[in-house]
Each structure stands twice: as structure tokens, then as C-alpha cells.
Design a protein. Structure first.
Length: 184
């Protein structure tokens, strides 16, 4: 696996790699991937869940209880539910969003896909994501998974990172280039 070395360089990467390795050993990659995806969606949708994960005031025991309740509510598989408990007990709940993202990259690599990180000023529609996947697949020569984020500061356009390549077609960059050209 070509990207796992780089992923393991971070704390969240080590947790993501451990979860992925356990899922692979237990032949549960698909089930864990679905659970991790549900968890990521819940984190994106629920402001309260995001605050729980980010708050240094929530202790390990309280985080463990909350994660257990969330796992039950989301009907997560047992491996992912246990993993959430480990994050809470180890005081690493703040790493959850990064672990989810990195686990997705590991799972995509396992499926033979490449992950493209895409930054846009506003959330992309399903049609836009599908069109982007098609264009990136033609460029990469393999299936591409989109890891989309929003950053209103780019004003418009996209920034796409595909492997070692970066395509910056953001309005902010274009305006900065224009400003530099006008300065002489």
C-alpha cells in the first residue's frame, strides 16, 4: 500500500491504519467503511457531535459514554464501535475527523482507487462530483474517490490534489496572479 507510510506519520494516521488493519484482518473492510462513512456524515451534520469531539472539557469517561450512544444510534458495526471507545479512553476524540478521512483514503487505496482532495468555495452537487470523478478518472487512469471540503476564502473555482499533482483553479489564486502581474 503506497500511501500508508505517509499516513502513519501522524497520530490520526496511526489510529486509522490500526482500524484499517483490524478491519482487513477480520474481513470487515466494507462494514467498517460504511460505519466510518456514517460517522463522518454524522460529524458533518451534527453541530453538537462536532462540539463534543472538539471540546477539551469533555473527559474520557463522558466521551466514551457519548460515543457508545452514538454508535448505537448510528447502528455502527462492533469493530467501529469498539474503536470509538478506544479513541475516547485514550483521550484522542479530537482526532476523529482526521481518522475518518485517513481511513477513507486507506479503504479507497485497498479498492484500487485514488483519492482526490477537492476544495471548493461552496459544497459541490452530486452532478458536479460525478463530472469531476469522470474527468479525474480519465486523468489518473483509475477510479477516483473525492474527498470534498469547502473553504469560502477561495471565492470560487476548485483546488484539486490528486496524488502529487495539484490543480489550483481557484478565483483567489487567479486574482492574486493578476495583482502580481499588475505590480510589474
Amino acid at each position: 500500500m503506497e500511501i500508508s507510510g505517509g499516513i502513519q506519520a501522524s497520530l490520526a494516521g496511526r489510529y486509522a491504519s490500526a482500524l484499517f488493519g483490524l478491519a482487513r484482518d477480520e474481513k470487515q473492510i466494507d462494514a467498517v467503511s460504511r460505519s466510518v462513512e456514517s460517522l463522518g456524515q454524522a460529524l458533518a451534520d451534527s453541530r453538537e457531535f462536532g462540539q463534543l469531539v472538539a471540546s477539551p472539557l469533555v473527559g474520557r469517561e463522558e466521551a466514551g459514554k457519548a460515543f457508545s450512544a452514538i454508535a448505537a444510534r448510528l447502528k455502527l458495526d462492533a469493530l467501529t464501535a469498539n474503536f470509538l471507545g478506544v479513541l475516547a479512553r485514550n483521550g484522542r476524540k479530537s482526532q476523529l475527523a482526521q481518522v475518518i478521512r485517513l481511513f477513507g483514503r486507506l479503504a479507497a487505496e485497498h479498492r484500487g482507487e485514488t483519492t482526490a482532495e477537492v476544495v471548493s468555495a461552496r459544497p459541490l452537487s452530486d452532478d458536479q462530483i460525478a463530472a469531476l470523478k469522470t474527468r479525474l478518472k480519465a486523468r489518473a487512469g483509475r477510479d477516483v474517490t473525492i474527498d470534498a471540503h469547502t473553504d469560502p476564502s477561495i471565492l470560487g473555482g476548485l483546488i484539486v490534489k490528486l496524488g502529487s499533482q495539484m490543480i489550483d483553479a481557484s478565483l483567489k489564486t487567479k486574482l492574486n496572479r493578476l495583482a502580481q502581474a499588475m505590480k510589474g
